[in-house]
Design a binder for this molecule. Structure first.
Ligand code: ATP
Length: 248
C-alpha cells in the first residue's frame, strides 16, 4: 500500500463495527448486514441476504459466483449506485448509506472510478477526448485537461493512440482508455464489473496487471466482479457469493 495516497476519513464515523481500531486495519470498503430485496407486483425477491465484508486499502478483491448470485447488485450497493434495503456501507471511513443523493454523487465523483465490460466510451470522440470529458466533468478544462489526459493515457501505455477513435482501437486498448478515464478523478476506489469479459487472454492479463499496479503503486483499492478464471492469480482475495450470501 502506498502511504502517500491514504487519506481516510477519521474512523470515528465507524462506531459499531466491533473491530478494535487501534490494532485492526479497517477496510477501505466495509459492508455491514447488507440486504437487498426487489419487489414486483406479485412477489418480493431477496437478492442479498446479510453481507458483511471488509476490503483493505490498496488491495485487489474479486467478487465471484454463479450467474444471478447477486454480484452486480452488491457491487452497485458498495459503489453507492443503489441503496440497500438494510445495512450500512462505509467507503473510506464514510457512511455512504447515510448520504443524500447529492452528497453521494459528489462522493462518487471524487473517490470512485468505474470500469465496465463494454468500455462505455463515446465512439465519436478520440481516446484523449474520452479522457478529457471526464476531467471536464470534474471542472478541469482547456490545456490543463488536455495535458492531464495525455499523462493518463501514457500511464496506461496508450500515448501513441491518443488521437484514435474507439472504433480504431483493440478491445484491450479500449479498456485502457476506459481505465485512464476512470483515473481522471484520481480515485481511491476502483469498481469494475467484468472488465476483462470482452478481452482475449493477452489483453485481459494486461488490463489486470495495470489494475494491479494501480492498487500496489498508488494504493487504489480495486473491487472487481468477474467470471474470469484467468485473473484469479492477480487478486489479493476472492470473495464468493452464492444465492445472495458470502460463501466462506
Ligand atoms: N432492478 C432489479 N429488479 C428486479 N430484480 C433484479 C434487479 N436487478 C437484479 N435483479 C435480480 O437479482 C438477481 C441478482 O442479479 P445480479 O445481476 O446482481 O447477479 P449477478 O451475480 O451479477 O449475475 P451475472 O453474473 O449473470 O451478471 C437476479 O435474479 C436478477 O434478475
Amino acid at each position: 500500500m502506498s502511504a502517500s495516497r491514504s487519506r481516510f476519513a477519521p474512523y470515528k464515523q465507524l462506531p459499531n463495527l466491533g473491530l478494535d481500531t487501534s490494532t485492526t486495519q479497517i477496510g477501505a470498503i466495509v459492508a455491514q448486514g447488507i440486504e437487498m430485496e426487489f419487489k414486483s407486483q406479485k412477489r418480493c425477491f431477496q437478492v442479498l441476504k446479510g453481507i458483511d465484508l471488509s476490503i483493505s486499502e490498496g488491495s485487489i478483491e474479486l467478487l465471484m459466483g454463479p450467474s444471478g448470485s447477486g454480484k452486480t447488485t452488491l457491487l452497485s450497493i458498495l459503489a453507492g449506485l443503489m441503496t440497500p434495503t438494510k445495512g450500512k456501507v462505509y467507503l473510506l471511513g464514510e457512511d455512504v448509506t447515510a448520504m443524500s443523493r447529492a452528497q453521494l454523487a459528489k462522493f462518487r465523483q471524487q473517490n470512485i472510478g468505474f470500469i465496465f465490460q463494454n468500455f462505455n466510451l463515446f465512439p465519436a470522440l478520440t481516446a484523449i477526448e474520452n479522457v478529457e470529458i471526464a476531467l471536464n466533468i470534474q471542472g478541469v478544462r482547456g490545456k490543463v485537461a488536455q495535458e492531464k489526459s495525455r499523462v493518463l493515457l501514457e500511464q496506461v501505455g496508450l500515448e501513441n493512440q491518443a488521437n484514435q477513435k474507439p472504433g480504431d482501437l483493440s478491445g484491450g486498448q479500449k479498456q485502457r482508455v476506459a481505465i485512464a478515464r476512470a483515473l481522471a478523478g484520481n480515485p481511491q476506489l476502483i469498481m469494475a464489473d467484468e472488465p476483462t469479459a470482452a478481452l482475449d487472454s493477452r489483453s485481459g492479463h494486461a488490463v489486470i496487471e495495470l489494475l494491479r499496479s494501480l492498487a500496489k503503486e498508488q494504493g487504489c483499492t480495486v473491487l472487481m466482479v468477474t467470471h474470469d478464471p484467468r485473473i484469479v492469480d492477480a487478486a489479493d482475495r476472492i470473495t464468493y457469493l452464492e444465492d445472495g450470501m458470502l460463501k466462506q
